[in-house]
Design a binder for this molecule. Structure first.
Ligand SMILES: Cc1cc2nc3c(=O)[nH]c(=O)nc-3n(C[C@H](O)[C@H](O)[C@H](O)COP(=O)(O)O)c2cc1C
Ligand code: SF4
Length: 508
C-alpha cells in the first residue's frame, strides 16, 4: 500500500517536472527565454513552498525541491537494479539465468549457452547430476505420467510431472488464468485453482483442474464460512474437469497466516465465485474450521473422497512443527485413511502478498521438508499410498530432477508459469499495478495480454522443460522418473562434494 502511494506521488512529481521542462523548452524555442525561465522559477517556488509547509515528509521540509529527487531515484531503483546492477546469477527471488531460460523455452527460442557456465561450481550448495558413463537415449517426446490415487480412490488421475501450482483468480487476472488454463489443456497437465475457488475462467479452458479448498472454503461454504458438503458435492458432480481435490493447510510464503480480500475487490463476479456477500471484506482464517487435529484431517479427507465420488484427495502444507507431521502419520495409521497426495511447499514459495516476517522467516525450505516428509512416510510404511508433489522454485528440467532425487514424485510451478506468461519480476503483485497484466484486475493492464500467444508460451514452456528432464534422465542412465534417487545428485557441502544420499544420512 505504502509503495502504491509512493509510486503515485512520484509519478505526479515526474509528470510535473516533465510538463515544466516541456513548457520552458517550448517558450525558449519560441524565443521567449525570459518567460520560459520565469515560468519554471515560479513553479519551483510553488513546490518549495508546498514542501516547507507540508508536515508529512521531513526530507522535503529540510530539502525543498531537491528532496523530490530522492523519491524519483527510489522510484526507478528496482529497474536500475534489475537492468544495470544485478548480475545474471545474483537476482532474487529468481535470478536472471532462470528467468531467461523460462522466457526462451516459452518462446521456443534457442536456449543453448555459449562458452561456459556462469555458476560458481565450487560454491556451497552448488548441485549437479551424477551422469552415467553409459547414457541412454530416450525419445524426447516420451510422456511420463504419475498415477495419483491409492486403493481407496476410485478415480485415480495420471498427472504430468510438471503442473500449474495453486494461484487464485483474483490474485491473477482473467487473461492470466485463461492463458494458463489453455496452456494446460494443450499440454495435458493440470491447473490448480488456488484457494479462491473455481472460476468460470478456470472452467472454460477445459483443462484438468485441481480444486483447492483453503480455510475460507471458497465456492463450497455456507453463509458463516463453514464447509458446505452439498455445495461441494454438486459442484464436483457438475464439472468433470475436476480431477483432484487439495486441502490447503498452509503455503510456504505465509504458513499459519490467513488472508483478507478487501471489500472493494469483492464485486458481483468474485462474490458469486466465492459464495460471499458483495462489497464486504472476506477473511480466510489461519486454520480450518472443518478439522482441528490430525484425526479430524484424516476424517475430512475421507469425507471429501466420498462427496467427490472417489476423486484423489490430498493436502498441501509447508512443514513447520515436525512432531505435528508425525502425528498426522500416526492418525493415518490409526484411521487407515491415507491422502492420495501431499503437496509440500517450501518456505521459498511465492505469493501475491504476504507479511515480511512470514515470507522470510516462517516455514521450512523445500529441500529439508521434502527429505523429511519422504523419510517419515517411509518410516511409517505409508509412502506407497501417497504421492509427494513438490513446489518451490521449480523452473528447469534440472530443478525437477533434483526434487525427484529429494523424494518428490512430481512437481508444481507457480512463478515458472508466471514467467512463461511474461512476468518481469517487477515486485508489484501486491499493488494491483502489475505491468504485465498478470497479477492485477486493472482492465487497461490486463488488456495488454495476448491470450492466444501466452497460452502457447505456457504450453511451450512445459513441453521444453519436460524434454530437458527426459534428456537428463538419459544422461544419468535412467529410463524413468521413478528411478531418480538421492545418489544421482551431488552437492557441495562445506567445501566437499557429497551425494544427497550421503548428505541426508550423515549431515555432519
Ligand atoms: C500470485 C500467487 C498466488 C498464489 N496463490 C496461492 C493459493 O491460492 N493457494 C496456494 O496454496 N498457494 C498459492 N500460491 C503459492 C504457489 O502455489 C506455490 O506453492 C509457491 O509459489 C511455490 O512455487 P513457485 O516457487 O513455483 O512459485 C500462490 C503463489 C503466487 C505467486
Ligand atoms: S510482472 Fe511484477 S507484478 Fe506482475 S506478476 Fe510479475 S512480479 Fe508480479
Amino acid at each position: 500500500m505504502r509503495r502504491t502511494i509512493a509510486i503515485t506521488m512520484k509519478s505526479k512529481i515526474l509528470l510535473i517536472l516533465s510538463v515544466l521542462l516541456l513548457v520552458s523548452l517550448g517558450l525558449n524555442h519560441l524565443g521567449l527565454l525570459f518567460w520560459g525561465w520565469s515560468f519554471v522559477f515560479i513553479v519551483l517556488l510553488g513546490i518549495a513552498f508546498y514542501d516547507i509547509t507540508q508536515k508529512k515528509r521531513t526530507i522535503l521540509r529540510n530539502f525543498p525541491v531537491l528532496g523530490h529527487f530522492r523519491f524519483l531515484l527510489e522510484m526507478v531503483r528496482p529497474e536500475i537494479q534489475q537492468y544495470f546492477i544485478e548480475s545474471d546469477i545474483s537476482g532474487q527471488p529468481i535470478s536472471r539465468i532462470y528467468r531467461s531460460v523460462v522466457y526462451q523455452k516459452a518462446k521456443n527460442e534457442l536456449e543453448t549457452v555459449p562458452f561456459g557456465s556462469e555458476l560458481d561450481l565450487y560454491a556451497d550448495d552448488y548441485k549437479w547430476v551424477n551422469h552415467s558413463a553409459f547414457p541412454l537415449h530416450i525419445d524426447k517426446d516420451t510422456e511420463f505420467r504419475i498415477k495419483i490415487g491409492n486403493a481407496a480412490c476410485s478415480k485415480p488421475y495420471h498427472a504430468s510431472l510438471l503442473n500449474i501450482s495453486a494461484m487464485s483468480y483474483g490474485a491473477l487476472s482473467t487473461a492470466a488464468v485463461t492463458s494458463l488454463g489453455n496452456g494446460a489443456k494443450m499440454g495435458g497437465f493440470y491447473h490448480n485453482t488456488g484457494e479462491g475457488g473455481l472460476s468460470p475462467y478456470h472452467l472454460k479452458t477445459g483443462a484438468d483442474l485441481v480444486w483447492q479448498l483453503g480455510t475460507g472454503y471458497f465456492g463450497a461454504r455456507d453463509s458463516k464460512g463453514n464447509f458446505d458438503s452439498e455445495l461441494f458435492k454438486n459442484k464436483v458432480a457438475e464439472h468433470e474437469q475436476i480431477k483432484m481435490i487439495e486441502i490447503k493447510i498452509s503455503q510456504g510464503a505465509k504458513p499459519g497466516h490467513g488472508g483478507m480480500l478487501p471489500a472493494e475487490k469483492v464485486n458481483e463476479e468474485i462474490a458469486k465465485i466465492r459464495h460471499v456477500p458483495v462489497g464486504k471484506t472476506v477473511l480466510s482464517p489461519p486454520g480450518h474450521s472443518a478439522f482441528s487435529n490430525p484425526l479430524g484431517l484424516c476424517e475430512f479427507i475421507q469425507k471429501l473422497r466420498e462427496l467427490s465420488g472417489g476423486l484423489p484427495v490430498g493436502f498441501k502444507l509447508c512443514i513447520g512443527r515436525r512432531e505435528e507431521f508425525i502425528e498426522i502419520c500416526q492418525a493415518m495409521k490409526q484411521t487407515q485413511i491415507y491422502p492420495d497426495f501431499i503437496t509440500i511447499d517450501g518456505g521459498e514459495g511465492g505469493t501475491g502478498a504476504a507479511p515480511f516476517d512470514f515470507i522470510n522467516f516462517v516455514g521450512s525450505p523445500l529441500k529439508d521438508a521434502l527429505y523429511f516428509v519422504d523419510n517419515i512416510l517411509k518410516q511409517f510404511d505409508v509412502r506407497q499410498n501417497i504421492k509427494i508433489i513438490a513446489s518451490g522454485k521449480v523452473f528447469t528440467g534440472f530443478n525437477l530432477f533434483e526434487k525427484l532425487a529429494m523424494g518428490a514424485d512430481l512437481c508444481n510451478s507457480a512463478r515458472g508459469m508466471m514467467l512463461a506468461l511474461g512476468c518481469i519480476q517487477s515486485y508489484r503483485c501486491n499493488s494491483n499495478m502489475c505491468p504485465t497484466g498478470i497479477a492485477t484486475n486493472n482492465p487497461s493492464l490486463v488488456s495488454g495480454i495476448n491470450i492466444a500467444d501466452k497460452s502457447v508460451r505456457v504450453f511451450n514452456y512445459h513441453t521444453r522443460t519436460m524434454e530437458s528432464l527426459v534428456e537428463l534422465l538419459g544422461a544419468a542412465g535412467l529410463t524413468k522418473p521413478e528411478d531418480v534417487q538421492a545418489k544421482h545428485i551431488s552437492c557441495r557441502y562445506q567445501g566437499r562434494a557429497v551425494t544427497l544420499e550421503e548428505l541426508f544420512h550423515n549431515p555432519g
